[in-house]
Design a protein around this ligand. Structure first.
Ligand code: FMN
Length: 205
């Protein structure tokens, strides 16, 4: 598939068929994710692939609990909104493969030259570690499309980030950053309309 066609065909897939996913395909997607640009070419991430259904259900339960505990507004829609957000944050439990992106600290040369901590420099540079991770995830999403799979990026599960880190034995300075679910789509999906694209660029000559 041409890159442009993959970009145009990609859409978030949240419901999957029972078809087993070949781990070699997931490895290939992660390899392609690793080719993304990253700060200082540091690839400040690693991926954990989870297929264990019991573990996925346990993580989803924790996420649901965390969302339930969030202080609700007085809006009459609050309960319904929480229910929706819970679904969009826990549907990974039924996905064939969950990839957890774990960020690793990168080294910046500036640390040896200025009186600023790594965290201060990271903040001033607008979190290049997180920006790099996003580039890697996008590569994986496009690779998934190219290889006949569907995928979805999830940050909603991070309501239970600390608990997830404990369950997956991720310890400081590493952090869980996002989930990507991958599988064969249960049905065909058309990419969503993206209105106002023309307004998303300004030219200053
Ligand atoms: C940073 C980020 C976080 C996201 N988190 C979630 C999520 O928690 N749950 C979910 O269902 N979709 C999540 N998505 C997918 C978006 O909802 C989706 O990309 C958006 O609705 C546009 O649809 P499309 O991907 O089909 O073009 C996330 C996407 C991004 C980029």
């Amino acid at each position: 598939m041409e890159l442009k066609a993959a970009i145009e065909a990609r859409t978030s897939i949240r419901v999957f068929s029972d078809e087993k996913v070949d781990m070699a395909d997931i490895r290939e997607m992660v390899r392609l994710g690793g080719l993304a640009p990253s700060v200082n070419n540091f690839q400040p991430w690693r991926y954990i692939a989870v297929t264990n259904r019991k573990l996925l259900n346990e993580i989803a339960d924790l996420v649901a609990q965390k969302i339930d505990e969030l202080p609700a507004t007085k809006s009459i829609a609050a309960a319904n909104v929480k229910k929706q957000v819970t679904w969009f944050s826990t549907f990974f439990k039924d996905a064939p493969v969950l990839l957890v992106l774990v960020t690793k600290p990168y080294v910046t040369v500036l640390e040896s030259a200025v009186e600023l901590s790594h965290d201060e420099i990271n903040l001033l540079r607008n979190h290049p570690d997180i920006q790099s991770a996003g580039a890697s995830i996008q590569n994986i999403l496009l690779a998934a499309v190219d290889m006949g799979y569907g995928a979805c990026w999830l940050s909603g599960a991070m309501f239970a980030r600390r608990e997830i880190e404990k369950m997956l034995k991720i310890s400081e300075p590493e952090k869980a950053l996002a989930f990507v679910v991958i599988g064969k789509p249960r049905s065909e999906h058309k990419p969503k309309a993206k209105p106002n694209l023309a307004e998303s660029m300004e030219i200053i000559e």
